[in-house]
Write a protein that binds this ligand. Structure first.
Ligand SMILES: *Cc1c(COP(=O)(O)O)cnc(C)c1O
Length: 445
């Protein structure tokens, strides 16, 4: 494919875009369980206006874009307050992954400055922590040391203690973790970090803008935020339960001096003095403005109302799953994210049967399970989902040999040589942006 020699008429482009969007998963109808956090047409309209108004805005130039500077400072201040420490400092980033990269970089560079005897930095993290930490370790040469979770699917604190070495610079916990929705024992992890004089990061990418409102609703939320002594940084995604437009997250710090290790400066560039707080250079004004707009549009009342719907929906789904069909929710999830599995059925075969009924199930491994991330749109589909799930489970014969996608997932989960699986993943990633392949896949569907 080549760049078209002449421009394409607007009408034709619009039709093409509408057509392609129509082929995407039905996230609006609640048929997907991750990727999109939709809070209603009114919120969508607020985001659209803010994004469009600031579409040319660039967060790299705070002097030229005083609007964006103000939006970002206010988003950070409101977030600090929600996380239990109004004086906390922080920055907006493009997403959870960038927030986590920044938190690991800050811990690494703080250690370089304060603990020069550390030559090969390590971070201790539960196996349930998001792969963004492993990615950060890969990019920043900080070795991830994984620890197991206990029966309760929360970080095993004895294992955390045993994993600490002279080279450990950072301990990580999640609030909650993505796979099981459980909050790690943050006070114990943070105390361990404090004892050693090292950093403790809480990944609240998924919980940061929901747990505070659950607390306001009277839920007994396990301690996880800056009110826990020893927590040095927190990541929280605006584009998840903050309901902002995609491309917005925050990374927050207890200590402003510690945060300075996140920053970058080049003093001798002919293009001028250059300083930047995060990974990105140019930063999309739309994402910053939309995050500010939605926080103000919903306010505490709006977020609390949405949290109530989400939590009631999650409970109805969990109760329904546990009520029959040989399926069970894993552990005791603390929020609206959870996994379920079966002791008798091939859960991947159940997923295939659900997909055939128009759902988009997220498969997990070690052990095999399916994952639900509940958002307000799911309030409308609880009954349909549970009926379909019951029918899907009923259609799977216990002990039958797995077929199709289920067979592939089952196999990839159990291959002992993970380098083989790694190659399968990298081949997949490689194909993602190859035009011919995409065209062929579309053609064969
Ligand atoms: C989504 C998520 C991340 C990563 O966020 P991205 O915005 O996808 O980069 C990190 N941690 C947890 C717990 C998450 O759920």
């Amino acid at each position: 494919m080549k760049l078209p020699a002449t421009g394409t008429p607007r009408k034709q482009l619009s039709a093409q875009m509408r057509d392609l969007a129509g082929q995407d998963a039905d996230w609006r109808g609640g048929r997907t369980w991750s990727l999109v956090y939709f809070a209603g047409d009114d919120v969508a309209e607020v985001l659209r206006e803010a994004y469009a108004t600031f579409i040319y805005g660039n967060g790299l130039g705070p002097a030229a874009f005083r609007s964006l500077k103000r939006f970002e400072s206010e988003v950070i201040a409101m977030t600090a307050d929600l996380l239990g420490l109004p004086e906390a400092t922080g920055n907006m980033t493009s997403g959870g992954t960038e927030s986590i990269l920044m938190a690991v970089k800050t811990a690494r560079d703080w250690a370089r400055a304060e603990r020069p005897n550390v030559t090969a930095p390590e971070m201790v993290l539960p196996i349930t922590a998001h792969p963004a930490f492993d990615k950060a370790g890969h990019y920043l040469s900080v070795k991830p040391v994984h620890i197991p979770v206990g029966e309760d699917l929360r970080a095993d604190i004895d294992a955390a203690r045993a994993a600490l070495t002279e080279n450990t610079i950072l301990i990580v916990g999640s609030a909650p973790c993505y796979p099981f929705g459980t909050i790690d024992p943050i006070p114990a992890l943070a105390a361990l970090a404090q004892e050693r004089g090292i950093a403790c990061h809480v990944d609240a990418c998924v919980g940061g803008y929901l747990l505070p409102f659950m607390e306001r609703l009277g839920y007994a939320v396990r301690p996880w935020d800056f009110r826990v002594p020893g927590v040095t940084s927190i990541s929280a995604d605006l584009h998840k339960y903050g309901f902002a437009a995609r491309g917005a997250s925050t990374v927050m710090y207890r200590d402003p001096e510690y945060r300075r290790h996140q920053f970058f400066a080049q003093t001798d560039w002919p293009g001028g003095l250059y300083g930047s707080p995060t990974m990105a250079g140019s930063r999309p004004g739309g994402a910053i403005a939309a995050a500010w707009a939605v926080l103000n549009y919903l306010g505490e009342e709006g977020y609390t109302r949405l949290a109530r719907t989400i939590m009631e929906t999650a409970k109805a789904l969990r109760d329904g799953i546990n009520a029959g069909s040989g399926l069970r929710v894993m552990g005791e999830p603390d929020m609206s994210v959870f996994a379920f599995t079966s002791d008798t059925l091939d859960i991947y075969a159940v997923a295939d049967a659900m997909d055939a009924r128009g759902w988009n199930m997220d498969r997990q491994q070690k052990p095999p399970s399916l994952h639900l991330m509940v958002t307000p749109v799911h309030a409308e589909i609880v009954e349909t989902f549970l009926e379909d799930l019951s029918a899907a489970a009923g259609s799977v014969t216990a002990g039958a040999a797995p077929a199709g996608r289920a067979a592939m997932y089952g196999m990839l989960g159990t291959i002992p040589d993970r380098s083989v699986v790694r190659k399968v993943i990298l081949d997949f990633v490689d194909r993602l942006t190859r035009e011919e392949e995409t065209a062929r896949e579309t053609a064969s569907e």
